[in-house]
Design a protein. Sequence first.
Length: 254
Amino acid sequence: MACTLAASRWAPATSSQQTRGSPCNAQQLVWAVQPRHQRLRRRELVCQGFLSGLFGSGPAVADESSAPAEDYSQENLDEVLLTEVEVAGSRQYIVYRNGAVVDAAELEHLCDKVGWPRRPLNKVQAALANSFLVSALFLEAQPPASSTGDEPSSSDSSSSSGGAPPPGSRLIGLARCTSDGAFNATIWDVLVDPEFQGQGLGKALVEGMTRTLLRREVTNITLFADANVVNFYTGLGYAADPEGIKGMFWHPRF
């Protein structure tokens, strides 16, 4: 699937939208899944395509019409061209990839840029390897093959078919999730390079991952959000304490 969007039409994202979700100061949020029988219509959509398909920009309201429910079972988001940008006088491309190979050292360098504390590289590599899905944003010198009509094959395996990005690509954003592959998934480590914030890329990461999980019929999706980013995630369809359900944490008390 290829999709090119104008960056100016995206909802703004700021550095405050970065969250790692520490159990000590985070709140658990759950994606508010709508029942299959409930038909929805969304008002005042700002953009069409990738960013509007799941959440839209206006409130979701019940619609008694016979419009079909949203279906992501055949959607392929393994490689999506998001936009073109000018970097140092040359045209570059921001590409969303599912299952791309991410270097642990490059990820930690990105974490440094957003002000996160350093983690042991061997543990970062293990976290990436053991993730159910890794979604990443890369700055690339050439548009991806999918943008020219050569779509990558769809994959429903626990590790997607993204593979290594092209040589010279630069990691500028990432989100990953753990999952049992059937019912539940939890999203972790959502971050975007400060140089590219304010273009809706954080929203693209979360929505792309959510839609991919729904395609794989994993519908109980949770994440941990610091207090200053709760509104960002609720704007994407996530809810805090749905139906009174509380997230519980165990952490060392020393």
